[in-house]
Design a protein around this ligand. Structure first.
Ligand SMILES: [Zn+2]
Length: 159
């Protein structure tokens, strides 16, 4: 990797630490020309590793930006919460999906996002569930809704 200070093409890794909980490596790099040091993080890229299987049989590419936006929308009660936390929450979801699943569906992304939010901010999790119509985390994909019309029952007495 080139140096972010002088753009010299040779830098070397001076120190490196794997994260114990996430598939992530922290590195300190040193430039061989200007001797400046800088930090990098290496994480798996879900977009390049696993396609999203859609219910119609086609596939889509994981989009971290889209996930950051949908997490932000769950923080209507706390704009600061969205500003400071949406990125790392989305990256946590991406890392979780990277290590836990062979194939992913939009429902997997929604369920993992919901679980991740639940550990961090209960209200954000509730809002996310409402926005994504998550009834429960065990809801099967493609299941038809069983909503029936109840004929003339419980009509509120007006006037
Ligand atoms: Zn340099």
């Amino acid at each position: 990797m080139f140096c972010i200070n002088c753009f010299h093409k040779n830098t070397s890794v001076a120190n490196s630490r794997p994260n114990k909980k996430q598939p992530q490596v922290w590195r300190r790099r040193t430039c061989s020309q200007c001797q400046s040091t800088f930090t990098t993080y290496e994480r798996p890229s879900l977009a390049d590793n696993k396609p999203i299987d859609l219910s119609d049989g086609s596939t889509d590419t994981f989009n971290l930006g889209k996930l950051i936006l949908s997490i932000s929308k769950a923080f209507t009660h706390s704009p600061d919460g969205a500003q400071y936390n949406a990125l790392w929450l989305a990256q946590t979801v991406e890392d979780t999906l990277s290590i836990e699943r062979q194939t992913i569906t939009p429902e997997d992304i929604a369920a993992t996002t919901h679980q991740t939010l639940k550990k961090f901010d209960e209200l954000a999790a509730v809002q996310y569930a409402a926005q994504h119509q998550l009834i429960s985390s065990t809801r099967k994909r493609g299941r038809p809704s069983l909503r029936e019309h109840e004929p003339r029952s419980r009509e509120s007495p007006s006037r």
